[in-house]
Design a protein around this ligand. Structure first.
Ligand code: GDP
Ligand code: CA
Length: 338
């Protein structure tokens, strides 16, 4: 059995850790998991190519993640960051850890030597042994930029996603997102095959706009999801009208989507309609998990639209709770296949 997961950073990584725990619990060694990671958050700073979401997945599944922060390395120090600040070198807002910097150095050196990001990621994962195959969504350099107001009234400018997210804590209004480079981008080797040949495709509770939404923009990926024979099941990152962590509400507002579990599902859209049964409905979802009980009303709202919806507890409080969420997603997928 092949499971393919489209993931951002923390939400995607934690869900996948729970999925692997569930699979090992049922003793199913015959399952392989491929994670397609968002690279729209990538940023080049101080000459280093930094891939925050790929690293979050790699460190989380390789047991190197900071449990306290949820990103970056455990036992981290920030001497390099402090020394850069002492030189007055901007930006000072990016959390560049010393241990983490070694990862960025290896990656940057390999990219400079001509290796594609997918090969670099595989090489980095050889150390961390994450128990999954981690593929960047694309080997092409892609960056999410955010359209914000400029100082001069009536004019706008674009800033890097990380500047908006970390420096401004998503606190300045966004008018939209641009994935710079997407027109010429292609999926990384193996990405389309991983979706096409999957038995189940899972969308973890990652940010629907700037994590999963970004992956869907890479030419060919959305089409592959729409065409795969595998059921596509998602988990809501929105519980009771708010993100569990972070500022996903600011991203949803920027593209005119309500911050609710059902609005996110409708944004993804059903692959096939319920009436007439099986007609192409233009979206990517077959199934959707919402939080019980705050969002249970979504079940009756979404099921007639062709999105098989179930309400189960969706808080990833510990690995057992997260494994239960993954198990519920696989159960829902199995019910759709039948
Ligand atoms: P990022 O790239 O690090 O921002 O992480 P992701 O895009 O993968 O995931 C971020 C999303 O995870 C946020 O929108 C959160 O609401 C969601 N999230 C975090 N913890 C939980 C949880 O325990 N349960 C659910 N359902 N969603 C969560
Ligand atoms: Ca991210």
């Amino acid at each position: 059995m092949h499971i393919t997961v489209l993931a951002g950073g923390i939400g995607g990584a934690r869900f996948t850790r729970g999925l692997l725990h569930h699979l090992s619990g049922i003793g199913d060694g015959d399952v392989d998991v491929t994670v397609i990671g968002n690279t729209g958050d990538d940023i080049r700073l101080f000459g280093l190519q930094i891939c925050p979401d790929l690293d979050t997945v790699m460190y989380t599944l390789g047991n190197g993640i900071s449990r306290e922060r949820g990103w970056g390395r455990e036992d981290e120090t920030f001497t390099v960051k402090e020394e850069l600040a002492a030189y007055g070198v901007a930006p000072g807002w990016f959390g560049l850890g010393d241990r983490d910097t070694a990862t960025h150095l290896v990656r940057t050196q390999m990219l400079a030597a001509g290796y594609p990001l997918s090969a670099v990621t595989e090489a980095l994962c050889a150390r961390w042994e994450p128990g999954i195959r981690l593929l960047p969504m694309s080997d092409d350099r892609l960056e999410t930029h955010v359209i914000v107001d400029d100082e001069e009234p009536g004019t706008r400018r674009a800033i890097h996603f990380q500047e908006w997210w970390i420096r401004h804590r998503a606190g300045i209004p966004a008018h939209g997102f641009v994935l710079v480079g997407v027109d010429e981008a292609t999926p990384a080797p193996g990405v389309i095959e991983a979706i096409r040949d999957a038995d189940v495709v899972l969308l973890p509770p990652s940010n629907p706009i700037v994590s999963i939404g970004t992956i869907l923009q890479v030419p060919g990926i959305r089409e592959a999801l729409r065409a795969t024979a595998a059921p596509v099941v998602g988990v809501s990152p929105i519980i009771g009208g708010a993100p569990v962590h972070g500022m996903a509400d600011a991203c949803l507002a920027a593209v005119g989507v309500d911050t609710s579990a059902s609005a996110v599902a409708r944004h993804y859209g059903a692959r096939r309609s319920a009436v007439p049964a099986g007609a192409d409905a233009g979206g990517i979802l077959d199934g959707w998990l919402v939080h019980a009980s705050s969002d249970s009303a979504s079940v009756d709202e979404l099921t007639p639209l062709g999105i098989a919806t179930r309400a189960v507890p969706l808080l990833m409080t510990d690995i057992e709770a997260t494994a239960s969420i993954a198990s519920a997603a696989l159960d829902l997928a199995a019910s759709i296949t039948r």
